[in-house]
Design a protein around this ligand. Structure first.
Ligand code: PMT
Length: 222
């Protein structure tokens, strides 16, 4: 097999969670260790790609890539991605981006005097959808984290966001998904799909990277 299928291709990849501050000490966030995204970044490097990683805060060891941009919030991740995407042939969105952020960030620590507290949240931009909607978008690969109806939700995201591929995983269970060492994915594209069973995220990332490379090259051959 030709191992360096992505030789020289520049890949932009998001990973990890975002943190949306509520006050100087608290935030809203998603569960993500960054492990799936980091493993995928390494697997893409092994195929010869130049990887630019935009990552939210994690405690996982960072992969060896061409460039790492560390961000905290969805707005920062959005800005970093939009700055880099023009140079990139492939975009992969592995990050667990917070869909909403607190409308206001309190200047001081919110006191726990009241028995109830109401938070007003505002929608964050959808980074993946914004990339796919560019005039000349890169080959765009999304993820879908679902707790039910995996195929239906993933296919809906593939179509609605106009993606080239989407990798769907079941989350919130005892195995796989976020914060575990292993995961399973079903990858969908317009006229096909491929199931990758439960395995280590390192191995799974290799198989997904091969699939992305194959489809990216097929896409460019047409
Ligand atoms: O980090 P780990 O612990 O290893 O866990 C890996 C993972 C479970 C986080 C990962 O495999 C995964 O599923 N990532 C996507 C998580 C997610 O937010 O999925 P979603 O179905 O809510 O979002 C769909 C897609 O839109 C994703 O590609 C997401 O990155 C993107 N998105 C979502 C919202 C937003 N505002 N901007 C985005 O770009």
């Amino acid at each position: 097999q030709a191992e360096r299928l992505l030789m020289g291709a520049r890949v932009l990849l998001t990973a990890g969670p975002t943190r949306e501050p509520l006050d100087p000490v608290r935030y809203l966030g998603n569960r993500s260790s960054g492990r799936m995204g980091y493993a995928l970044a390494s697997a893409l490097v092994n195929l010869g790609a130049q990887v630019v990683l935009v990552t939210g805060p994690t405690v996982s060891p960072l992969p060896r890539v061409s460039k790492v941009i560390q961000v905290e919030t969805a707005l920062e991740m959005h800005r970093a991605v939009m700055n880099e995407v023009g140079e990139c042939a492939i975009f992969v969105a592995t990050a667990a981006v917070a869909d909403y952020r607190p409308m206001e960030i309190a200047t001081h620590k919110i006191k726990k005097d009241a028995a109830e507290l109401t938070l007003h949240l505002i929608r964050n931009p959808d980074i993946l959808a914004d990339v796919a909607a560019l005039k000349a978008p890169p080959f765009t690969v999304g993820f879908a984290a679902e707790t039910e109806n995996l195929e239906q939700h993933a296919r809906a995201k593939l179509t609605a966001k106009k993606l080239n591929m989407i990798a769907a995983n079941q989350v919130g269970g005892e195995r796989g998904g976020f914060e575990h060492d292993e995961n399973a994915l079903t990858v969908f594209w317009r006229d096909g799909q491929c199931g990758l069973p439960m395995m280590s995220k390192t191995q799974l990332a290799r198989e997904l990277a091969d699939l992305i490379a194959e489809h990216y090259r097929g896409h460019h051959a047409t």
